[in-house]
Design a protein around this ligand. Structure first.
Ligand code: DGL
Length: 269
C-alpha cells in the first residue's frame, strides 16, 4: 500500500479532465492538483519558457510528496516530458502516449486528426508517435491557439457562436481530409467535445488524452500494486497560482462534480 498522493499539474484547469477520470477509476487515491492559472496559456510560448514553467510546477508538486506525477497538459507532455523524466527521480506520465495508443487502435481508415496548442503541433510529437506505432497512419494536424483562453473563460456551449466559429475554422482542413479519429490533443479540449463533435459529424471518434492517461495509470497501479488503502476515500486538494475566486465554479464544469477538497493560492514564481 502506498498512501502518498498522485500529483497532477496543468497550465490551468484543463488537467481537471484527467483528475475527473482518476477520481472515477481510482476512488481511493488522494490527488494533489496544481493549475498554473496565473501563467496560462503555455501553448503559445517558446519551448524554453514552457520548460522553465514545467520545472517550477514539478518542484511545487514534489513538496507534497507524490508517489507519481501525471502531466495533465498536452503542451508540457509534448515539449518537456523526456527532459523532466531525466531530471526527476519518480514516475512521471504525460498524456500523449496514452492518446496515441487509443487513436491507433481506433482508426479504421488510417487517417487521424490532431488538434493542439501551437507548441504541441510544432513539436510533431503526436505525428511521430503515431507513425512509430503504425507506419500506415497519416496524421492531419491543426494548431488552435485561441481555444485554451476561450475554454478558461467558460466559452464552451455549442450554442455559443464564437466558439463554434473558431472550432469550425481550425478543424475545416482536418474534416476535409476525412479522418475517422480525432485526438483532442490538449486537456482543455474535452470540454469542447459537443462543439467539436457537432462540427466533425458522426463517425469520427474523439480521443481525450487526459482520460486515456488516467486509464493507463490505473491499469499500471493495478498491475504493480502501489495503490492506496481500499478503505480510504480519496481526497483531492487543489492549488492555483492566480485567485481562487471563481475557481470552484469553473472547476466543477471540468470535474463534473462538486469541489469538495481545499483550494489554495500559491505563489509559483
Ligand atoms: N491543457 C494544456 C494542454 O493540454 C493547455 C496548454 C496551454 O496552456 O496553452 O496543452
Amino acid at each position: 500500500m502506498d498512501r502518498r498522493p498522485i500529483g497532477v499539474f496543468d497550465s490551468g484547469l484543463g488537467g481537471l479532465t484527467a483528475v475527473k477520470e482518476l477520481r472515477r477509476i481510482l476512488p481511493n487515491e488522494d490527488i494533489v492538483y496544481f493549475g498554473d492559472t496565473g501563467r496560462v496559456p503555455y501553448g503559445t510560448r517558446s519551448d524554453q519558457t514552457i520548460i522553465k514553467y514545467a520545472r517550477s510546477d514539478m518542484d511545487f508538486l514534489l513538496k507534497h510528496g507524490p508517489k507519481r506525477v501525471l502531466i495533465a497538459c498536452g503542451t508540457v507532455s509534448t515539449v518537456a516530458l523526456g527532459l523532466l523524466k531525466k531530471e526527476y527521480a519518480l514516475p512521471i506520465d504525460g498524456v500523449v502516449e496514452a492518446a496515441v495508443r487509443s487513436a491507433a487502435a481506433s482508426t479504421k481508415n488510417g487517417r487521424v486528426g490532431v488538434m493542439g496548442t501551437p507548441a504541441t503541433i510544432r513539436s510533431g510529437a503526436y505525428e511521430r508517435l503515431l507513425k512509430e506505432r503504425d507506419p500506415g497512419i497519416v496524421t492531419f494536424s491543426a494548431a488552435c491557439p485561441l481555444l485554451v483562453p476561450l475554454v478558461e473563460n467558460g466559452r464552451i456551449s455549442p450554442e455559443d457562436i464564437v466558439i463554434s466559429t473558431v472550432v469550425g475554422e481550425y478543424l475545416s482542413e482536418i474534416k476535409a481530409a476525412g479522418v475517422d479519429t480525432l485526438i483532442m490533443g490538449c486537456t482543455h479540449y474535452p470540454l469542447l467535445e459537443p462543439v467539436v463533435a457537432a462540427f466533425m459529424g458522426e463517425g469520427v471518434r474523439l480521443i481525450s488524452p487526459g482520460r486515456e492517461a488516467a486509464i493507463l495509470i490505473a491499469a499500471e497501479q493495478e498491475a504493480n500494486g502501489g495503490g492506496n488503502d481500499p478503505q480510504h476515500s480519496g481526497v483531492a486538494e487543489y492549488f492555483v497560482s492566480d485567485s481562487v475566486a471563481g475557481f470552484a465554479d469553473l472547476a466543477e464544469t471540468f470535474l463534473q462534480e462538486k469541489v469538495t477538497g481545499r483550494v489554495s493560492r500559491v505563489d509559483i514564481e
